[in-house]
Design a protein around this ligand. Structure first.
Ligand SMILES: NC(=O)c1ccc[n+]([C@@H]2O[C@H](COP(=O)([O-])OP(=O)(O)OC[C@H]3O[C@@H](n4cnc5c(N)ncnc54)[C@H](O)[C@@H]3O)[C@@H](O)[C@H]2O)c1
Ligand SMILES: [Zn+2]
Length: 361
């Protein structure tokens, strides 16, 4: 078992990473003063694959356990689904002291975290991430949110969990596509902050795709450390430090939106976004082409897309111009002068953006 601390002053917590640790969450939580009544929010797929281990462990440690299932997929982050589960909790929550267990991928983590933040003006919650993306990214840092029909994550809060419990064994039931998605974010961490991690992923992409626990644990650990360091310096995203986590995301989000969130999954879109950002970095003379090639090679080895198929440049650019990160009409990109280093650059000339995008269309 490895522990990464997130030393936020009032809201410090640990990220615990290990193999087969799901049944032991209960024993750990016994040492916390959160209440005796666990409300697990999950979906039917996750519950079927791994629910029993979590529930039995909690019960063994003396907790009462109630499981509420929400629908599969992003629809669980709708206002309707969020308030439906909050209402179920309210009906159940009689003579109890509840805490919430967010048991699932990023969707469940965001939804359950949001419900925990607003139900009774806040009840404690625990993140038990079950996708690679959630373990290395969404479960850490306290950003919780639901969607509105006009846009994703528009209703939300910063609300830190009591603990993040990452059991890499649960990743064994993920599809290859989900693993690739998570690995795209892992490559991002390496590219912006950790050359050694980058090289590790490049050398061991087969082991990672084959879900070898040792390789996965190493990657989850290193990525968790990086995310922890970044969010600790900028808990509420007011200092611009969290911005570096958006490497590949400016173009990536635009690709996701232009494809109506169906053509590409998030990791695939940001893989393309990272390729474009590396190309922009090269065109601005910041990055050596050899380094950009190294990034492209890792992404291809993982099996992430190398071409933006089925989308038009005009649609991607239009989506990019609507990006909330483009303050007062100036564009802003997270670029890399080297693998493991970042630089935020404003006002990248549009012709450079266009030719860089064109390379991947
Ligand atoms: N809060 C943040 O900081 C943050 C950061 C990044 C992304 N996000 C959010 O995360 C969401 C995406 O998260 P995701 O990629 O984890 O997707 P997801 O939560 O939709 O999970 C992907 C799929 O895998 C299934 N699944 C989950 N765990 C499984 C397991 N162990 N075995 C088998 N199937 C399993 C889910 O049911 C789902 O179908 C988006 O809503 C995004 O906005 C939030
Ligand atoms: Zn992302």
């Amino acid at each position: 078992m490895k522990i990464v601390s997130v030393p936020l002053k009032q809201n410090a917590y640990d990220i615990v990473i290990g193999r087969d640790i799901l049944p032991h969450l209960g024993a750990k939580l016994k040492t916390f003063q959160m209440g005796r009544d666990a409300v697990v929010i999950t979906n039917p797929v996750i519950q079927r694959c791994h629910g029993a281990k979590l529930t039995e462990g909690l019960k063994k440690s003396g907790f009462s356990v109630k499981v509420f299932e929400v629908p599969e997929g992003e629809v669980a982050k709708s206002v309707k689904a969020a308030f439906a589960v909050a209402e179920k909790i309210a009906r159940y929550d009689c003579f109890k002291k509840i805490f919430i267990v967010a048991f699932g991928g990023g969707v469940i983590g965001d939804l359950a975290g949001y419900v925990a933040a607003v139900y009774k003006r806040g009840v404690p919650y625990v993140q038990v991430p079950t996708t690679l993306l959630a373990q290395i990214d969404s479960a850490i840092g306290g950003k919780v949110a639901i969607d509105l029909p006009v846009g994703k994550n528009l209703i939300g809060a910063f609300y830190q969990p009591q603990i993040v419990w990452s059991d890499v064994t649960v990743l064994s039931t993920l599809s290859k596509r989900q693993i690739r998605n998570g690995l795209a974010e892992a490559v991002k961490y390496g590219a912006i902050k950790d050359k050694e991690l980058f090289t590790y992923i490049a050398r061991h992409s087969n082991k990672l795709l084959g879900l070898e626990p040792e390789a996965l644990s190493k990657v989850v650990l290193r990525c968790s450390r990086i995310k922890s360091q970044i969010v600790t310096q900028d808990e509420k995203e007011t200092k611009g430090i969290r911005t570096i986590l958006n490497f590949g995301h400016t173009v990536g989000h635009a690709i996701e939106a232009a494809g109506n969130y169906t053509t590409y999954h998030h990791g695939e879109a940001i893989a393309l976004g990272m390729r474009v950002a590396a190309e922009i970095s090269c065109q601005l003379g910041m990055l050596r082409p050899q380094q950009a090639r190294a990034l492209n090679d890792v992404l291809s080895d993982i099996g992430l897309p190398s071409k933006i198929a089925k989308l038009r440049m005009a649609d991607i650019l239009r989506m990019m111009k609507h990006d909330k990160k483009f303050i007062t009409g100036r564009n802003r990109f997270v670029l890399i002068p080297d693998i493991g280093h970042v630089q935020v650059v404003e006002d990248v000339p549009w012709p450079v953006i266009r030719t860089s995008l064109q390379k991947y269309l």
